[in-house]
Design a protein around this ligand. Structure first.
Ligand code: PLP
Ligand code: COI
Length: 340
C-alpha cells in the first residue's frame, strides 16, 4: 500500500482530513449497522441536542506502525469502556464495545495510507465520538444520536517536542466533586478554553488544576494526567474521582511495576509536596509523556532537578518502555495491541 505524500516529520497536532470515516446512527432505540463514508461533513438540525446542551462524548487513541510493518492500536477496549461510562453519565446510549473496536479497526484500515511510517515521529490519531442529533429545546437527553470515528495524522501535542514544559497552578477549577471530571465529554474541554488561553498569554504551556473542594490536591491538566517521580525513584500519580482515568497513566503504572521493576503508586498528591519530587511529566494519548521542568504557583517556582532541557531519567525509561511497546520494539503485555 502506497503512503500519502505527507511530510510526516513536520506534522503538528492538527486536523488533516483523511479519506474515510465510520458513521452509525441511533434511532428508535437502536444503532444501525453503520458504514464507512468519504463524506466528512455532518448535517444536523439547528436545535440538535449537541448544539444546545453539549450532549457529546469522545475518545482519543492512536494507530502506530510497528518496526516490523504492522499497524496496531493500543488497548482500544479501554477506550470503549471509558466511552461507555461517559455516555451513561450524559444519559446517552452506549455504542457496544465490540462494535466500537471494529469501527476503529475498519476506519484505520480504510485510512492505512495515512498511518505514519515507523520511525517518522508521527502517528495516526483516532477520534471516536458521539452526539445528540435530534431537536431538543427543553433540557432533556436527545432521542437520536450519531457515533463517528475519524482519523488524522499527528505529530507532537506540545510544540518543541521533548523540551520540558512550564506549567502554572491555575485558580480556575476543572471539575467539581461528584461532577463530570472523570468522563471524556466536550463540556470539560469547553470550560478549559479560557484557562488554557489565559495560561498561554501568561507564557505557560498548561494549567495544573487543583481539587475544587480544598484546592490543596493535584488533579490534572486540561488534556493529560500528571506523573511524578520521587527522589528515590518511585513513580507516583495523583488519585482522584474527578480526573480522567488516563489509559496511558494506567499502562505506565503497570509497565513501571511489571517491566521496569520500579515501585509505582496511585495516591492523593498534595500541592505542598510537589516541590519534593525529582521529576514530573504529563501523560496521555496526545501528550505521550511530556516532561515538565517547572511548575509556577502564584509566582513561586518549583524547578525539578531534571531541568529545562531534558526528560528526567525515570521519565525517560517509562517513555522508552511505553513507546517501545506501542511501536512493537518491546513485547506488549497480553491483549494490549490490537493488530489492524
Ligand atoms: N486527562 C484529560 C483531561 C485528557 O483529555 C486526556 C486525554 O485523553 C488524558 C487525561 C489522558 O488520557 P489517555 O491516556 O487515556 O489518553
Ligand atoms: C488525548 O490525549 O487523546 C486527548 O484527548 C487530549 C486532547 C487532545 C484533548
Amino acid at each position: 500500500m502506497e503512503k500519502k505524500n505527507i511530510d510526516w516529520g513536520n506534522l503538528g497536532f492538527g486536523y488533516v482530513q483523511t479519506d474515510y470515516r465510520f458513521v452509525s446512527d441511533f434511532k428508535n432505540g437502536s444503532w444501525d449497522e453503520g458504514k464507512l463514508t468519504e463524506d466528512a461533513t455532518v448535517v444536523i438540525n439547528e436545535c440538535a441536542g449537541v448544539l444546545q446542551y453539549a450532549q457529546t462524548v469522545f475518545e482519543g487513541m492512536k494507530a502506530y506502525t510497528t518496526e516490523d510493518g504492522r499497524i496496531v492500536t493500543f488497548r482500544p477496549d479501554l477506550n470503549a469502556e471509558r466511552m461507555e461510562n461517559s455516555a451513561k453519565r450524559l444519559e446517552m446510549p452506549v455504542f457496544p464495545k465490540d462494535r466500537f473496536i471494529q469501527a476503529v479497526v475498519d476506519t484505520v484500515k480504510a485510512n492505512a495510507a495515512y498511518v505514519p511510517p515507523f520511525g517518522s515521529g508521527a502517528t495516526l490519531y483516532i477520534r471516536p465520538y458521539m452526539f445528540g442529533t435530534n431537536p431538543v429545546i427543553g433540557v432533556k437527553p436527545a432521542d437520536e444520536y450519531q457515533f463517528r470515528v475519524f482519523t488524522t495524522p499527528v505529530g507532537p501535542y506540545f510544540k518543541g517536542g521533548v523540551k520540558p514544559l512550564t506549567i502554572r497552578v491555575t485558580d480556575f477549577d476543572r471539575a467539581a466533586p461528584h461532577g463530570t471530571g472523570h468522563i471524556k465529554a466536550g463540556l470539560n474541554y469547553a470550560m478549559s478554553m479560557h484557562a488554557i488561553m489565559d495560561a498561554h498569554r501568561q507564557g505557560y504551556d498548561e494549567n495544573m488544576y487543583l481539587d475544587a473542594a480544598t484546592r490543596t490536591k493535584v488533579e490534572e491538566t486540561g488534556g493529560a494526567n500528571f506523573l511524578f517521580v520521587t527522589k528515590d525513584g518511585k513513580v507516583v500519580t495523583p488519585k482522584s474521582d474527578s480526573i480522567l482515568p488516563s489509559i496511558t497513566r494506567r499502562s505506565l503504572i503497570y509497565v513501571a511495576q511489571h517491566c521496569l521493576g520500579l515501585e509505582a503508586e496511585e495516591r492523593e498528591v498534595t500541592l505542598e509536596e510537589v516541590k519534593d519530587f525529582a521529576e514530573c511529566g504529563l501523560c496521555g494519548t496526545a501528550a505521550v509523556i511530556s516532561p515538565v521542568g517547572k511548575i509556577v504557583d502564584h509566582g513561586k517556582e518549583i524547578c525539578f532537578p531534571s531541568g529545562m532541557t531534558e526528560m528526567g531519567p525515570v521519565t525517560k525509561k517509562l517513555y522508552e518502555a511505553l513507546t517501545g511497546i506501542q511501536m512493537g520494539r518491546l513485547e506488549a503485555p497480553e491483549g494490549w495491541l490490537q493488530v489492524i
